[in-house]
Ligand binder design. Structure first.
Ligand code: SF4
Length: 392
């Protein structure tokens, strides 16, 4: 555990781009859109039985994926649970399933569509389940940045790397420019691969994962990283800063993990002596430095499984998962790192009424909320995803 004492200061958060949930419509982006469904009432006492009956009627024709951050009422119907990467692989491994019902967010369903066959349909039970981080990098903005790198004569030395949590458009851009997708589990391997091919990395869209991996796992200095702000001319950077940088970080963040602060860590250490602080690498750099352990969602699950009985853990990730882990390990003291509630509001859009509606529509022969990626984008995004799967 290290509390950061240098003169470096954590950048102020990027404004969240989501529409007010359930209001307005912007189907071309991750932003919230209206759900077109005639949804059952949340108070319907028969919802569980209806979901069971619809799933049974569909049988092997449907495969339900559940992200770790989903609600309990939804996760109980998942055929498999996991993080975004594991779920994409699970979808790809089910060529016989006609329908993939993705209980997660929009970019995950896009990745599933890219990785599954043309005969398969990917369904997102609520189109308002987007991701504010993915929405912070829009293709036009990223192309503007790349044009700037080209004008400065540095584009040939830059390798783009995008986090899985990005739109298919961004993955397509990265694939078109010989880059790679990464996850929070393999970010170091992806950066190592990228630095073997170029002098700089352009990291999208999560500044925190990029900075934490470069500095804490790859040995770079904070001064080697610059922050490209798409809302400022030239990203708010001088040509010299861009030429000197090793890591050009996109100014994006997760609105859930970005909420944890150094004060959260200090407060829990005072309140619970001996507590282990375990956080996700999407957290701010000062929080990750002050933690005892950092790792992906799958890492967090395994670390808590392996922890000795009686140990205390303050976990900095999404609340649905932390709650489930606390219930699964009653012999350990597992708590949320912050005192305030911190669900992923867009993940929570997928609730039991939306799942019931989606499954019953499929039973009736209609495909609701199908997520499709256009063939050209899918082709290039697939190249960046395949490159990730081939990482040494
Ligand atoms: S937890 Fe963060 S990165 Fe994940 S879907 Fe929610 S906003 Fe996006």
């Amino acid at each position: 555990m290290v509390f950061v004492t240098s003169t470096w200061t954590e950048p102020s958060p990027t404004a969240t781009a989501l529409l007010l949930l359930g209001h307005g419509s912007d189907p071309a982006s991750e932003r919230g859109v209206d759900c077109p469904g005639d949804l059952p009432a949340p108070s319907d006492p028969g919802l569980v039985a209806r979901a069971e009956a619809a799933k049974a009627a569909l049988g092997d024709r449907v495969f339900v994926l559940g992200h770790h951050y989903q609600r309990d009422e939804v996760i109980r119907f998942a055929d498999v649970t996991g993080d975004s990467f594991k779920l994409a692989r699970e979808a790809a491994a089910r060529p016989d399933a006609e329908f993939i019902v993705f209980c997660g967010v929009h970019f995950m369903a896009e990745s599933a569509d890219i990785l599954t066959g043309d005969h398969q349909r990917v369904v997102l039970p609520d189109l308002a389940a987007g991701c504010s981080m993915a929405d912070m990098a829009v293709l036009g903005q990223v192309e503007t940045a790349w044009d700037l790198f080209t004008d400065l004569g540095i584009a040939d030395s830059v390798v783009p790397v995008t986090y899985m949590n990005s739109s298919a458009d961004i993955k397509g851009f990265v694939g078109r420019n010989s880059g790679v997708v990464c996850t929070s589990s393999n970010a170091k391997r992806a950066l190592t691969w990228a630095f073997e091919r170029g002098e700089k990395v352009f990291f999208l869209p999560d500044q925190h994962l990029g900075r934490n991996t470069a500095v804490l796992e790859m040995g770079f200095d904070l001064d080697d990283c610059v922050l490209y702000d798409p809302h400022k001319p030239h990203g708010g950077l001088t040509p010299e800063q861009l030429r000197d940088a090793k890591m050009i970080l996109w100014r994006g963040h997760c609105s859930v993990h970005g909420r944890f602060t150094l004060d959260s860590v200090r407060e829990v250490r005072e309140r619970v002596p001996g507590v282990n602080v375990l956080v996700h690498p999407e957290c701010r750099h000062d929080v990750v430095r002050a933690a005892d352990q950092v790792g992906s969602t799958e890492y967090i699950i395994k670390a808590l499984e392996a922890a000795p009985a009686g140990s205390a853990w303050a976990v900095g990730t999404e609340l649905n998962l932390v709650r489930r882990l606390a219930l699964a390990h009653p012999d350990k003291q597992i708590m949320f790192l912050d005192r305030t509630v911190c669900y992923c509001s867009t993940m929570n859009r997928i609730d039991l009424p939306h799942l019931v509606w989606a499954l019953e529509e499929l039973v009736a022969g209609r495909v609701p909320n199908q997520i499709t990626v256009d063939p050209d984008t899918a082709h290039h995004a697939r190249a960046a995803l395949d490159q990730m799967l081939a990482l040494p």
